[in-house]
Design a protein around this ligand. Structure first.
Ligand code: BDR
Ligand code: CA
Length: 307
Protein backbone atom coordinates (compact mmCIF):
# COMPACT_ATOMS: atom_id res chain seq x y z
CA UNK A 1 0.00 0.00 0.00
CA UNK A 2 1.14 3.54 -0.72
CA UNK A 3 2.03 5.51 2.43
CA UNK A 4 -0.14 8.62 2.79
CA UNK A 5 0.22 11.72 4.96
CA UNK A 6 -2.39 14.49 4.93
CA UNK A 7 -1.90 18.08 6.05
CA UNK A 8 -5.32 19.59 6.69
CA UNK A 9 -7.35 22.33 8.42
CA UNK A 10 -10.74 20.68 9.03
CA UNK A 11 -13.01 22.31 7.79
CA UNK A 12 -16.13 20.88 6.18
CA UNK A 13 -14.60 19.98 2.81
CA UNK A 14 -11.47 18.71 4.55
CA UNK A 15 -13.72 16.33 6.48
CA UNK A 16 -15.15 14.83 3.28
CA UNK A 17 -11.64 14.44 1.88
CA UNK A 18 -10.50 12.72 5.06
CA UNK A 19 -13.47 10.34 4.97
CA UNK A 20 -12.42 9.46 1.40
CA UNK A 21 -8.90 8.71 2.58
CA UNK A 22 -10.23 6.64 5.48
CA UNK A 23 -12.35 4.58 3.06
CA UNK A 24 -9.52 3.96 0.61
CA UNK A 25 -7.82 0.57 0.71
CA UNK A 26 -4.88 1.19 -1.63
CA UNK A 27 -3.17 3.63 0.74
CA UNK A 28 -1.87 3.40 4.27
CA UNK A 29 -2.73 6.56 6.18
CA UNK A 30 0.20 7.34 8.46
CA UNK A 31 -1.00 10.55 10.06
CA UNK A 32 -2.81 13.84 9.90
CA UNK A 33 -0.80 17.02 10.34
CA UNK A 34 -3.01 19.92 11.24
CA UNK A 35 -2.88 23.49 10.01
CA UNK A 36 -4.70 26.62 11.05
CA UNK A 37 -6.82 28.06 8.25
CA UNK A 38 -10.55 27.61 7.98
CA UNK A 39 -10.65 28.26 11.74
CA UNK A 40 -8.06 28.39 14.52
CA UNK A 41 -5.74 25.48 15.29
CA UNK A 42 -7.55 24.54 18.51
CA UNK A 43 -10.67 23.80 16.50
CA UNK A 44 -8.98 22.20 13.50
CA UNK A 45 -7.15 19.76 15.80
CA UNK A 46 -10.33 18.97 17.74
CA UNK A 47 -12.22 18.43 14.48
CA UNK A 48 -9.60 16.06 13.11
CA UNK A 49 -9.66 14.00 16.31
CA UNK A 50 -13.46 13.89 16.30
CA UNK A 51 -13.66 12.80 12.68
CA UNK A 52 -11.23 9.95 13.34
CA UNK A 53 -13.36 8.85 16.28
CA UNK A 54 -16.61 8.97 14.29
CA UNK A 55 -15.07 6.97 11.45
CA UNK A 56 -13.45 4.50 13.85
CA UNK A 57 -9.99 5.26 12.49
CA UNK A 58 -6.91 5.13 14.67
CA UNK A 59 -4.38 7.50 13.15
CA UNK A 60 -1.98 9.92 14.86
CA UNK A 61 -2.88 13.61 14.73
CA UNK A 62 -0.09 16.20 14.91
CA UNK A 63 -0.82 19.85 15.69
CA UNK A 64 1.04 22.38 13.57
CA UNK A 65 1.52 26.13 13.33
CA UNK A 66 -1.23 28.28 14.85
CA UNK A 67 -0.44 31.27 12.62
CA UNK A 68 0.90 31.91 9.09
CA UNK A 69 4.67 32.28 8.61
CA UNK A 70 4.77 36.08 8.28
CA UNK A 71 1.50 38.01 8.19
CA UNK A 72 -1.72 37.46 10.12
CA UNK A 73 -4.67 36.19 8.07
CA UNK A 74 -8.43 35.94 8.31
CA UNK A 75 -10.10 32.57 8.73
CA UNK A 76 -13.12 31.21 6.83
CA UNK A 77 -15.54 30.69 9.73
CA UNK A 78 -18.24 32.33 7.62
CA UNK A 79 -18.17 29.23 5.36
CA UNK A 80 -17.46 26.47 7.88
CA UNK A 81 -19.05 27.77 11.14
CA UNK A 82 -17.15 29.18 14.12
CA UNK A 83 -15.78 25.78 15.11
CA UNK A 84 -15.08 24.79 11.48
CA UNK A 85 -17.59 21.91 11.71
CA UNK A 86 -20.88 23.78 11.45
CA UNK A 87 -21.26 24.58 15.17
CA UNK A 88 -23.14 21.38 15.99
CA UNK A 89 -21.84 21.33 19.59
CA UNK A 90 -20.47 17.80 19.22
CA UNK A 91 -18.93 16.00 22.20
CA UNK A 92 -15.11 16.35 21.89
CA UNK A 93 -13.16 13.19 21.04
CA UNK A 94 -11.50 11.24 23.82
CA UNK A 95 -8.15 11.06 21.99
CA UNK A 96 -5.54 13.81 22.06
CA UNK A 97 -3.00 15.06 19.55
CA UNK A 98 0.56 13.70 19.62
CA UNK A 99 3.33 15.72 21.27
CA UNK A 100 5.41 15.92 18.09
CA UNK A 101 4.95 19.08 16.01
CA UNK A 102 3.35 18.67 12.59
CA UNK A 103 6.38 20.04 10.74
CA UNK A 104 8.66 17.55 12.49
CA UNK A 105 6.23 14.72 11.83
CA UNK A 106 6.26 15.56 8.10
CA UNK A 107 10.07 15.44 8.07
CA UNK A 108 10.27 12.19 10.04
CA UNK A 109 7.58 10.34 8.13
CA UNK A 110 9.01 11.40 4.75
CA UNK A 111 12.41 10.05 5.86
CA UNK A 112 10.93 6.79 7.04
CA UNK A 113 9.13 6.28 3.73
CA UNK A 114 12.19 7.25 1.64
CA UNK A 115 10.67 8.55 -1.60
CA UNK A 116 7.41 6.61 -1.47
CA UNK A 117 5.26 9.06 0.47
CA UNK A 118 2.08 10.55 -0.99
CA UNK A 119 1.72 13.93 0.71
CA UNK A 120 -1.62 15.70 0.31
CA UNK A 121 -2.19 19.24 1.54
CA UNK A 122 -5.74 20.47 2.06
CA UNK A 123 -5.04 23.71 3.91
CA UNK A 124 -2.61 26.62 4.05
CA UNK A 125 0.95 25.46 3.46
CA UNK A 126 2.45 26.76 6.72
CA UNK A 127 3.46 23.37 8.18
CA UNK A 128 5.01 22.14 4.95
CA UNK A 129 6.93 25.40 4.44
CA UNK A 130 8.31 25.19 7.97
CA UNK A 131 9.30 21.56 7.36
CA UNK A 132 11.12 22.65 4.19
CA UNK A 133 13.06 25.31 6.07
CA UNK A 134 14.11 22.72 8.65
CA UNK A 135 14.89 20.05 6.04
CA UNK A 136 15.58 21.43 2.55
CA UNK A 137 16.08 17.89 1.20
CA UNK A 138 12.48 17.01 1.98
CA UNK A 139 11.24 17.14 -1.66
CA UNK A 140 13.63 14.34 -2.65
CA UNK A 141 11.94 12.11 -0.09
CA UNK A 142 8.35 12.76 -1.18
CA UNK A 143 6.96 10.57 -3.96
CA UNK A 144 3.98 12.77 -4.88
CA UNK A 145 2.78 16.08 -3.50
CA UNK A 146 -0.86 16.97 -4.17
CA UNK A 147 -1.95 20.47 -3.21
CA UNK A 148 -5.47 21.83 -2.98
CA UNK A 149 -4.83 25.48 -3.63
CA UNK A 150 -4.59 28.32 -6.08
CA UNK A 151 -6.67 29.78 -8.86
CA UNK A 152 -4.87 29.21 -12.12
CA UNK A 153 -6.48 31.84 -14.33
CA UNK A 154 -7.10 34.49 -11.71
CA UNK A 155 -10.62 33.63 -10.54
CA UNK A 156 -10.21 33.15 -6.82
CA UNK A 157 -12.59 32.63 -3.94
CA UNK A 158 -10.94 34.90 -1.36
CA UNK A 159 -9.84 37.95 -3.31
CA UNK A 160 -10.29 38.62 -7.02
CA UNK A 161 -7.40 36.37 -8.01
CA UNK A 162 -6.51 34.42 -4.86
CA UNK A 163 -7.79 31.15 -3.44
CA UNK A 164 -8.10 30.72 0.34
CA UNK A 165 -5.30 28.22 1.11
CA UNK A 166 -2.73 30.31 -0.73
CA UNK A 167 -4.15 33.68 0.39
CA UNK A 168 -4.01 32.61 4.05
CA UNK A 169 -0.24 32.11 3.94
CA UNK A 170 1.27 33.24 0.63
CA UNK A 171 4.85 33.15 1.95
CA UNK A 172 4.43 29.49 2.87
CA UNK A 173 3.00 28.69 -0.56
CA UNK A 174 5.94 30.51 -2.16
CA UNK A 175 8.42 28.40 -0.18
CA UNK A 176 6.63 25.20 -1.21
CA UNK A 177 6.28 25.96 -4.94
CA UNK A 178 9.93 27.02 -5.15
CA UNK A 179 11.15 23.90 -3.37
CA UNK A 180 9.21 21.08 -5.01
CA UNK A 181 10.15 20.25 -8.59
CA UNK A 182 6.61 19.06 -9.24
CA UNK A 183 3.47 19.75 -7.27
CA UNK A 184 0.13 18.37 -8.43
CA UNK A 185 -2.26 21.30 -8.15
CA UNK A 186 -6.02 21.02 -7.75
CA UNK A 187 -7.06 24.65 -7.92
CA UNK A 188 -10.30 26.43 -7.09
CA UNK A 189 -11.28 26.83 -10.73
CA UNK A 190 -11.07 23.06 -11.25
CA UNK A 191 -13.24 22.65 -8.17
CA UNK A 192 -15.90 24.90 -9.67
CA UNK A 193 -16.02 22.62 -12.75
CA UNK A 194 -16.61 19.53 -10.57
CA UNK A 195 -19.70 20.39 -8.53
CA UNK A 196 -22.50 18.07 -7.45
CA UNK A 197 -26.21 18.83 -7.60
CA UNK A 198 -27.33 19.64 -4.07
CA UNK A 199 -30.21 17.22 -4.35
CA UNK A 200 -27.89 14.37 -5.29
CA UNK A 201 -25.49 15.16 -2.50
CA UNK A 202 -28.33 15.43 0.02
CA UNK A 203 -29.59 12.00 -1.12
CA UNK A 204 -26.18 10.41 -0.57
CA UNK A 205 -26.08 11.90 2.91
CA UNK A 206 -29.45 10.34 3.69
CA UNK A 207 -28.34 6.97 2.34
CA UNK A 208 -25.06 7.02 4.26
CA UNK A 209 -24.08 5.24 7.47
CA UNK A 210 -22.79 6.87 10.69
CA UNK A 211 -20.20 8.77 8.64
CA UNK A 212 -22.94 10.13 6.38
CA UNK A 213 -25.04 11.18 9.36
CA UNK A 214 -22.14 12.97 11.03
CA UNK A 215 -21.25 14.64 7.76
CA UNK A 216 -24.86 15.66 7.21
CA UNK A 217 -24.79 17.47 10.56
CA UNK A 218 -21.41 19.21 10.28
CA UNK A 219 -21.95 20.25 6.65
CA UNK A 220 -25.47 21.65 7.08
CA UNK A 221 -24.29 25.20 7.77
CA UNK A 222 -21.98 25.19 4.72
CA UNK A 223 -24.55 23.55 2.47
CA UNK A 224 -27.15 26.13 3.42
CA UNK A 225 -24.59 28.90 2.89
CA UNK A 226 -23.72 27.58 -0.56
CA UNK A 227 -27.25 26.76 -1.78
CA UNK A 228 -27.99 30.26 -3.01
CA UNK A 229 -24.56 30.55 -4.60
CA UNK A 230 -22.60 28.97 -7.44
CA UNK A 231 -25.42 27.84 -9.66
CA UNK A 232 -27.10 25.50 -7.18
CA UNK A 233 -24.10 23.18 -7.05
CA UNK A 234 -22.24 21.80 -4.05
CA UNK A 235 -18.48 22.11 -4.36
CA UNK A 236 -15.97 20.30 -2.20
CA UNK A 237 -12.47 21.53 -2.95
CA UNK A 238 -10.54 19.21 -0.69
CA UNK A 239 -12.59 16.21 -1.76
CA UNK A 240 -11.60 16.76 -5.40
CA UNK A 241 -7.94 17.04 -4.44
CA UNK A 242 -8.23 13.82 -2.48
CA UNK A 243 -9.94 12.08 -5.40
CA UNK A 244 -6.99 13.00 -7.64
CA UNK A 245 -4.47 11.96 -4.99
CA UNK A 246 -6.04 8.55 -4.33
CA UNK A 247 -7.07 7.62 -7.88
CA UNK A 248 -4.88 9.49 -10.36
CA UNK A 249 -6.15 7.22 -13.13
CA UNK A 250 -9.40 9.21 -12.89
CA UNK A 251 -7.66 12.28 -14.31
CA UNK A 252 -8.91 13.16 -17.79
CA UNK A 253 -6.89 16.29 -18.54
CA UNK A 254 -3.95 18.11 -16.95
CA UNK A 255 -1.22 20.55 -18.02
CA UNK A 256 2.28 21.19 -16.71
CA UNK A 257 3.45 24.77 -16.30
CA UNK A 258 5.59 27.07 -14.21
CA UNK A 259 3.63 28.49 -11.26
CA UNK A 260 4.66 31.30 -8.90
CA UNK A 261 2.95 32.91 -5.94
CA UNK A 262 2.44 36.69 -5.82
CA UNK A 263 3.53 38.03 -2.43
CA UNK A 264 2.86 41.71 -3.01
CA UNK A 265 0.43 43.64 -5.15
CA UNK A 266 -2.36 45.97 -4.13
CA UNK A 267 -5.05 43.50 -5.19
CA UNK A 268 -3.16 40.37 -6.05
CA UNK A 269 -1.32 39.12 -2.94
CA UNK A 270 -1.76 35.36 -2.77
CA UNK A 271 -2.49 34.94 -6.48
CA UNK A 272 -1.00 31.91 -8.22
CA UNK A 273 0.48 33.07 -11.51
CA UNK A 274 0.73 30.34 -14.12
CA UNK A 275 2.96 30.79 -17.13
CA UNK A 276 0.39 29.41 -19.56
CA UNK A 277 2.21 30.91 -22.54
CA UNK A 278 5.60 29.59 -21.44
CA UNK A 279 7.01 33.11 -21.59
CA UNK A 280 9.53 32.79 -18.76
CA UNK A 281 11.33 29.67 -19.87
CA UNK A 282 11.37 28.60 -16.24
CA UNK A 283 11.10 24.89 -15.49
CA UNK A 284 7.57 23.61 -15.03
CA UNK A 285 6.93 23.00 -11.34
CA UNK A 286 3.16 22.51 -11.36
CA UNK A 287 1.04 19.76 -12.82
CA UNK A 288 -2.38 21.38 -13.00
CA UNK A 289 -5.58 19.34 -12.96
CA UNK A 290 -8.08 20.43 -15.61
CA UNK A 291 -10.59 17.59 -15.67
CA UNK A 292 -11.35 14.59 -13.47
CA UNK A 293 -13.82 11.79 -14.17
CA UNK A 294 -16.98 13.10 -12.49
CA UNK A 295 -18.57 9.65 -12.16
CA UNK A 296 -15.42 8.40 -10.44
CA UNK A 297 -15.46 11.41 -8.12
CA UNK A 298 -19.09 10.69 -7.22
CA UNK A 299 -18.30 7.04 -6.48
CA UNK A 300 -15.41 8.01 -4.21
CA UNK A 301 -17.56 10.51 -2.29
CA UNK A 302 -20.42 8.05 -1.87
CA UNK A 303 -18.09 5.32 -0.60
CA UNK A 304 -16.68 7.81 1.93
CA UNK A 305 -20.18 8.50 3.28
CA UNK A 306 -21.20 4.85 3.27
CA UNK A 307 -23.89 5.56 0.68
C1 BDR B 1 -9.98 25.67 0.37
O1 BDR B 1 -10.13 26.66 1.39
C2 BDR B 1 -10.71 26.10 2.53
O2 BDR B 1 -11.71 26.92 3.03
C3 BDR B 1 -11.23 24.76 2.14
O3 BDR B 1 -11.16 23.86 3.22
C4 BDR B 1 -10.34 24.35 1.01
O4 BDR B 1 -9.18 23.71 1.47
C5 BDR B 1 -10.82 26.06 -0.82
O5 BDR B 1 -10.40 27.28 -1.31
CA1 CA C 1 -9.06 22.82 3.70
Amino acid sequence: RIPLLIDTDPGVDDALALLMAFADTRHELLGLTIAAGNVGLRHTVANALKLCEVAGVDVPVYAGCPVPLVHPAEDAAYVHGNDGFGDTGYEPAAARAEDEHAALAIIRIAREQAGKLLLVTLGPLTNLALALRLDPDLPSRVGRLVIMGGAVTGQGNTSIPAEFNIAFDPEAADVVFRAFPRAEVVDWEAVVRHGFQHQDFDRWLQAGDGRGRFYEAISRYTRDWSKGRRGGLFHSADALAMAVALQPDGVRRAEERYLAVELEGRLSRGATLVDWQRRTGRPENAWILLEYDQARFEAQVRAALGA
